[in-house]
Each structure stands twice: as structure tokens, then as C-alpha cells.
Design a protein around this ligand. Structure first.
Ligand code: PLP
Length: 390
């Protein structure tokens, strides 16, 4: 059976070029970059090259790149560093729709004595900028605002708030895990303090990521021990992973135009076709202002999990909310924060495309989805009630 993978916001296929470049560093070239001998070739040079490739994708400098184990560690490192650098400030700000890597972290800081503001969003998933502005005080140490939402793809105005926060002496961190490689990012023109990214979301390996720490930002390490990463993150470097991330970033820079045009076109075609063919379905999120590869579609009066199971029978992989929240019966915190009605939030499916997605695959999905929804609705007491009550 052919498979159609439309769950690229959960994780991506590692690009063949990335695998190829990593392989020697598991076998012949397995040295430790901290060793004095030259075994393993010039590992330091390869790690430097990777750092430069990552920096290049983001308009950053190579020495601003801190290599980590992924998005979650980058997020935790950023917030730890921001608070350690500002021990007298006790207020932190984020949004209601962050990934659990930030959401749960901020809840934990809340339990540990920090005052936390979670900024609401509207029905389209747009940030309430009035409440955001009002929440900031002289006591605010850091704002963490995601660049793009993992479930709806909605983009936040991180570049716009950066300058204002900078002038007020409030640090800005952005979780850009879903944005990097999908939309252009140029830190050279944004006074942002820290940015998180993760390898496995952009056709790199799992277990590797980076935190960009702009020059001049005060920093305290989360993990202490050896002197790796100039004392900013202890632990022997994941050399194959770092090389893989570097290659993935180089490829991503070359694929940005494809994502912004062809892939976005496929996403739009999928949306239009399903909106036309399936009654009572809608797009979750601010349609003109989203990641080009992502759509969250609510099929009212059916269960997301049931839809996914039937899609799976046709080899189509997608997600009912974020990978981390699926499996629980609660609708996702993102859709709840947007005020999506219960009957729609429960039947929401996230389709996330990639550079590898083809037109044939999208046509296959367009063909299979309407009968799936129709079949499930025939079994749904909620749908029958809705039809009866007009
Ligand atoms: N932040 C966002 C927005 C994400 O989508 C994810 C992963 O789904 C993460 C952070 C966590 O990244 P990682 O899996 O590399 O820890």
C-alpha cells in the first residue's frame, strides 16, 4: 500500500543527503571532538561548518549558535538563562497556545514563585496584542512567544514586538521550532535575544537542535559539567547529529522557495477541495497568516481519532492536534484557547505537508477524505441530532 505522510509538523523524514553526510561519523570517524589526537579527522572543522550552515539559514553569526538536544532543551535553556540573568525580576510572559515545551515550563515556574501571564488568542488564533502590551511591567524578565503555532500554523508578530521589548530591557525568546525551514527568518534585522529550533522538524535527525543566543545576551548554562560549547552546554557533542542538522539547514535554505509556493499551493488546493466537498467543515486559524505547509481542518460532529484510524486504512498519516496531546481525550489546549466549539475541536485534523509532498498525494487525500467523513457521520448521534435540528 502506498503511504501519504502529512504529519510533518510532528516529525519529518530525514533527507537522504543528510543521512549520507552523517554516516561516516558513526563508523570510521567516531572520535570525540575534545580529544587531543587527530583520530576521526578534523571533527572541529565539521562542527564549525555545521554551525555556520545553521547560522546562515537564520541570518545569525556562527558563534551565536548553541547546539542542544532539540527544541525542548533549547526552550528550557533559554528561559533558565533569562531568569538567571535577571534574578530580581519575577514576572514572565507567554501565550496560551505554546507547545508543551514552553507551556508546562511556564506553569512550573508559576508554581515556583514566578508571576506568569498567559496571553489569550482570538477565534482565529491571533494574539491579543492589547492584553500583551498591558501585561508588560518593569518586573517582566522574559517574553516567550512562538514564531508559528504547531497545530494551526498561525504566525505570531515576533519580529514586530522584538524592537519594543528590546527598548524596554525585556528579553525575547521565540520557539521557532515550526517556523525554521518553512518561512524566511532573518535575525540580522530583528533584535531578538533567543530562538529555538529542532533538527527533526526540518528533515534533520531527532535529538539535535539549537538555541540562537544573540551577541550580548547574558547567559547562564542549564547543564554544567565539561567545557563543551564554550562552557555554555556540558556534554560530549552529538557529532553526527550536529553534522546532520547543519546539512538539513543548508538544504532548508534552498527549499524555502518551494515551500512558499508549490507546497503552499498544494495545501490551499487540499483546503479548497475539502471545504467544497464536505459540509460543516472549516479551517482553524487565521488563513492568510499561517505557515505555508499547515492546515487544521475541523470536521464537525465526528471524532478526530476515528478519522485518523480510517485515514490510516488508506495509508494517510496526519494528526488530531499536536502529537503530544493526541492520545488524550481532551481537545487540544490550542483549539480550546481559540474558543473552537467542542463539536469542531474534537473533529479537527492537522495536515502538515513538506518539500517531499506531491500533487498526486494531495489528490489521493482529496479523493479519500469526503467518504471517510460521510461514513463516520452516518454513525454519529451528534451528527444525526444536528441534521434533525437543521
Ligand atoms: N516547540 C514546538 C513548537 C514544537 O512543535 C515541538 C515539537 O513538536 C517542540 C517545541 C519540541 O521539540 P523537540 O521534539 O525537538 O524537543
Amino acid at each position: 500500500m502506498k503511504t501519504v505522510y502529512l504529519d510533518n509538523n510532528a516529525t519529518t523524514r530525514v533527507a537522504p543527503e543528510v543521512v549520507e553526510e552523517m554516516l561516516p561519523y558513526f563508523s570510521e570517524l567516531y572520535g570525540n571532538p575534545s580529544s587531543m589526537h587527530s583520530f576521526g579527522g578534523n571533527l572541529g572543522l565539521k562542527v564549525r561548518e555545521a554551525r555556520a550552515r545553521i547560522a546562515n539559514l537564520l541570518g545569525a553569526q556562527p558563534d551565536e549558535i548553541l547546539l542542544t538536544s532539540g527544541g525542548t532543551e533549547s526552550d528550557a535553556t533559554a528561559i533558565h538563562a533569562a531568569l538567571a540573568a535577571n534574578p530580581h525580576k519575577r514576572h514572565i510572559v507567554t501565550t496560551r497556545v505554546e507547545h508543551p515545551a514552553i507551556k508546562n515550563l511556564f506553569e512550573q515556574y508559576g508554581k515556583n514563585g514566578y508571576r506568569v501571564s498567559f496571553i489569550p488568542v482570538d477565534r482565529e488564533g491571533r494574539l491579543d496584542m492589547q492584553t500583551f502590551g498591558d501585561s508588560l511591567t518593569d518586573d517582566t524578565a522574559v517574553v516567550s512567544m512562538m514564531w508559528a503555532n504547531n497545530e494551526t500554523g498561525v504566525l505570531f508578530p515576533v519580529e514586530d514586538v522584538a524592537a519594543e521589548l528590546h527598548d524596554r530591557g525585556i528579553l525575547l525568546h521565540t520557539d521557532a521550532v515550526q517556523a525554521v525551514g518553512k518561512v524566511p527568518i532573518d535575525l540580522a534585522r530583528t533584535p531578538m535575544d533567543m530562538l529555538s529550533l529542532s533538527g527533526h522538524k526540518l528533515h534533520g535527525p531527532k535529538g539535535i537542535g539549537a538555541l540562537v543566543i544573540r551577541k550580548g545576551t547574558k547567559f547562564k548554562p542549564l547543564m554544567v559539567g565539561g567545557h563543551q560549547e564554550q562552557g555554555r552546554r556540558a556534554g560530549t557533542e552529538n557529532v553526527p547529529g550536529i553534522i546532520g542538522l547543519g546539512k538539513a539547514c543548508e538544504l532548508a535554505a534552498g527549499n524555502l522557495a518551494d515551500i512558499g509556493t508549490r507546497v503552499q499551493g498544494l495545501r490551499d488546493r487540499l483546503e479548497e477541495a475539502l471545504l467544497a466537498a464536505v459540509p460543516q467543515c472549516m479551517i482553524n486559524g487565521d488563513r492568510p497568516n499561517r505557515l505555508p505547509n499547515t492546515t487544521s481542518i475541523a470536521f464537525e460532529y465526528v471524532e478526530g481519532e476515528a478519522i485518523l484510524l480510517m485515514m490510516n486504512e488508506f495509508g494517510i498519516a496526519a494528526s488530531s492536534g499536536s502529537a503530544c496531546t493526541s492520545g488524550s481525550l481532551e481537545p487540544s489546549h490550542v483549539l480550546r484557547a481559540m474558543g473552537i466549539p467542542f463539536t469542531a475541536a474534537h473533529g479537527s485534523i492537522r495536515f502538515s505537508l513538506s518539500h517531499y509532498t506531491t500533487a498526486e498525494e494531495i489528490d489521493f487525500v482529496i479523493d479519500k477524505m469526503p467518504p471517510i467523513i460521510e461514513r463516520l457521520r452516518q454513525m454519529s448521534p451528534f451528527w444525526k441530532q444536528a441534521v434533525q435540528s437543521g
